[in-house]
Write a protein that binds this ligand. Sequence first.
Ligand code: NAD
Length: 325
Amino acid sequence: MTDIRFDGRVAVVTGAGNGLGRSYALELAKAGAKVVVNDLGGSGAGVGASTSAAERVVQEIRDNGGEAIANADTVATRAGGAAIVQAALDTWGKLDILISNAGFLRNNRFEDLTDEQIDPIIDVHLKAAFYVGQPAYRAMRAAGYGRMLFTGSASAMFGHAWQANYAAGKAAMLGLSNVIALEGSAYGIQSNVMMPTASSRLEGEMTSGYMEIPQFAKSFESADFSITEGRMGPEFNTPLALYLVSEESTATHGVYSSNSGRYARVRICVAEGWVAPKGNVPPSIGDIGAHFDKISELGNYSEPMTGYDEFTASANAARKQGVYP
Ligand code: NAD
């Protein structure tokens, strides 16, 4: 196996004071990248701030012989995002890699979520992707090279009780990254989403109350955790994250799952479906009901890379079903 290096590359890793971000920053620096270690330094519920989290990781990187600077601006404001990217530009004159990773949880059952539990979660996950992503993109576009990795979550793609706020913010990474991948393709910018899995201090923020939901409790109780033993550390996620932001990787417009040492593509696709009879008369509601099995069937699916590609998928389905020639 050849080692993948990041010599000469400049990276911003947000939320790099703990957990996954810390591991990404340490390994990027070991592999030669210069790293802005960003972390606001608050609690796992996003309360408080301190420069020490980022500074500790920078010290670790320097002790290993690497290059890094600490930054304690918040990702959750436009000014904070601009300052984080500017720190890279001021220190090293460019930015090649953004790993947007900072975040926290404020769990509650859907019907009880308050604005204090919704707004900060949307700010730190979704809006931060714009606040840090936009200035990063501008710098990458000017240089004709860039790698962006946004942090998704199985909670968003598959569901997790008591996390509607978080799941909504994380699911949005998919659309955002797909559009960046399309627009960035003209400028050497690639963008992907990774869904990590790791034991981290965020577990402490997960309230066990959600186990009152029967379907969720059942899925937890029947889950096979045999692969997780010794493999739930953040470092099991880092190789895929770093590969996706490497020069060697051509992957873009994708979602990848890292789950206890199993690395896999997560795909959004559209099935063949059912095509209404030819002509300009819409089907009735009953027609939909009568064909709902076919509509729901996941056969002959395809993966549109743009919204226009879906028209082609629909036309292919119409041809296959003999509705249109
Ligand atoms: P963590 O709490 O260990 O690390 C997150 C870091 O983000 C913290 O150091 C925190 O101070 C920082 N942060 C929070 N708000 C910030 C802000 N406004 N500005 C700058 N920094 C801020 O958690 P982690 O488990 O390493 O999670 C990292 C990312 O991965 C998060 O986006 C999380 O939602 C996501 N994620 C984690 C898991 C998992 O299993 N751990 C699963 C799916 C997704």
